[in-house]
Write a protein that binds this ligand. Structure first.
Ligand SMILES: NC(=O)c1ccc[n+]([C@@H]2O[C@H](COP(=O)([O-])OP(=O)(O)OC[C@H]3O[C@@H](n4cnc5c(N)ncnc54)[C@H](O)[C@@H]3O)[C@@H](O)[C@H]2O)c1
Length: 377
């Protein structure tokens, strides 16, 4: 940490290159780096970190960043901001005094959770930060993943992908594909709109009646269904494509579609479970990668990629960085003032706090790991 001529305390922010399979996003664009540098912070960007998203080292250098080749040097910063949850090879960088700000999805990541808790790090999760609009750091990626789900879902139904050969919009005299969207939040709404845009018949499922009412009125979906397992099962049997997007923030995703129900689907139909990053809302879903995105179970194609927006790094990095930068600057102020992780911390950050002082401090995450010191959180 250092104070500038005006007496403001700047911290060091590290932006490592992403290491997850085929992940090409970067957490901060050059314009966000410029903002942080302008406020007196030192920003270390790993060389080539922005390349996959179309941002060159020269652009970062022009914005005031220091480019460093060695990830260990980036991880030595006061605050590390990155996109995806750290991969096992990155756990060695965890240390007391380090503040991490990233997507963590701990409910589906027991090994990472243990590594964070035992290291003494402070970990803030993008996906649990709340404001009056909802989940502002999850929403931009959910928007992109939802739009993408319509595209990849439609592609899974093609015969060349091993699907049934059903076209979303059908044809004159041939009914359209039936799509079931589980959870009509940000991702589900965008997926439903995308599928309707392709001409499919879309049924939306949620536990929130008000949400169903609004989407019933605004025409996002053709039909709505309250989320009761037996009733949902009837739609699953008929569906060509099931898109999972149900979320209870911080918690393991609710299992809305059982294996028994998946087994009733026609061969060559498809499941795209976006909620897989929180464990999946379809029982047969298990995490897949961008390199190997699909597998067959009960004759149904499953696409359960945990970093769908990683395929659209230019758009996704710009959207994510715009949302993250203001929160990062608040976090940097709290770290500089020594308030991070304490009761005096800015209330706008509290929802994001997942791990501090060697224990889980987010209630919903703590319920998933009662043995990791979170039971009294
Ligand atoms: N795989 C990816 O690459 C990727 C990318 C972005 C987001 N996501 C994930 O997509 C999921 C949805 O995110 P979001 O931002 O749309 O969340 P959101 O909070 O906006 O919406 C979630 C919706 O699920 C509903 N819901 C909760 N329990 C339900 C149940 N039992 N049955 C039916 N609906 C239920 C809620 O009422 C809400 O409408 C999250 O798990 C998120 O992490 C995945």
């Amino acid at each position: 940490m250092s104070a500038d001529a005006a007496g403001r305390t700047g911290i060091t922010v590290g932006v490592p290159a992403e290491t997850k399979d085929r992940e090409r996003r970067v957490a901060l664009t050059p314009s966000a780096v410029h903002m942080a540098v302008d406020l007196g912070h030192r920003v270390l960007v790993q060389a080539d970190a922005g390349e996959g998203a179309g941002f060159s080292d020269e652009e970062y250098a022009k914005a005031g960043a220091s480019l460093v080749p060695d990830p260990a040097e980036v991880w030595a910063a006061d605050v590390v901001v990155k996109v995806k949850e750290p991969q096992p090879a990155e756990y060695e960088h965890f240390r007391p005094g380090l503040t991490l700000f990233a997507y963590l999805h701990l409910a589906a990541e027991p090994a990472l959770t243990k590594a964070l808790v035992s290291s003494g790090i402070r970990a803030y999760a993008f996906e649990t930060l709340t404001d009056r609009h909802g989940l502002p750091l999850l929403a931009p990626m959910s928007e992109i993943a939802g739009r993408a789900a319509a595209i990849v879902g439609a592609a899974q139904l093609s015969a060349s992908s091993g699907g049934s050969g059903t076209l979303m919009g059908g044809a004159a005299g041939v009914p359209p594909a039936k799509v079931l969207v589980i959870g009509l939040g940000v991702a589900g709404t965008m997926a439903a709109r995308g599928c309707r845009g392709l001409g499919a018949h879309v049924t939306g499922v949620d536990v929130d009646l008000q949400r169903l009412y609004e989407h019933h009125l605004d025409g996002t979906v053709d039909a709505t269904q309250i989320s009761e397992q037996a009733l949902v099962g009837e739609h699953v049997r008929e569906a060509d494509l099931v898109i999972g997007a149900a979320l209870v923030p911080g918690a393991r995703a609710p299992v809305v579609v059982t294996e028994e129900q998946v087994a009733t689907m026609r061969p060559g139909s498809a499941v795209v479970d976006l909620a897989i990053d929180q464990g999946g809302c379809v029982e047969t879903a298990r995490p897949t990668t961008l390199s190997e995105p699909t597998y067959l179970e009960h004759g149904v194609v499953h696409y359960c990629v945990t970093n769908v927006p990683g395929q659209f790094p230019r758009t996704a990095s710009a959207a994510l960085s715009a949302a993250v930068a203001p929160k990062l600057l608040t976090l940097a102020d709290e770290v500089a003032a020594g308030r991070a992780g304490t009761d005096e911390e800015d209330a706008r950050l509290v929802g994001a706090r997942n791990v501090a002082d060697g224990r889980i401090v987010h209630e919903a995450v703590a319920e998933v790991f009662p043995d990791l010191g979170g039971a009294d959180a």
